[in-house]
Design a protein around this ligand. Sequence first.
Ligand code: IDP
Ligand code: MG
Length: 160
Amino acid sequence: MSMERTLILLKPDAVQRGLSGKILARFEEKGLKIVGMKLMQMSQELAAQHYSAHKEKPFYKGLVSFMTSSPIVALALEGIGAIEICRKMMGATFGSKAEPGTIRGDFGVSNSFNLVHGSDSKEAADKELGLFFKPEELLEYNLAAFTWIYDPVEELGQQG
Ligand code: IDP
Ligand code: MG
């Protein structure tokens, strides 16, 4: 697995229910590095671009309406295998089906109000990060805990 960046959105229900901090903490505690973060309200245009793959789905109109209804928190998270790790942490799409221990499984029951979005592939992550963040809003910095989160020799490729 390689170092990756993924787009996570804390959806309007997460912000309105006061769960932004708790959900962000889960990603931080896992060892993911925050490289971008902003509170924002999605425009119709941004929602249409972000969810273009779902344009023909019956839930599309409601989804765009929900996502633009109230502020979200957009996060860019970095880590080895970050895309798949974050998807696993989110759980299944529907809160009623998501396993306990996942974000959707622990905090929600709804099919549509499911708290969090995460990119599902490298291609999606690149596209979605570009939609939500300008290049200069994605930061490069050393995380002090990095060499305790990862084995420097085994995982970071440093000399033993
Ligand atoms: P994902 O967020 O787990 O990747 P997708 O199938 O990509 O799930 O759907 C995008 C979003 O659309 C979901 O997170 C959810 O908010 C909403 N959604 C998906 N399927 C349904 C549905 O059957 N009814 C209502 N909303 C849905
Ligand atoms: Mg999806």
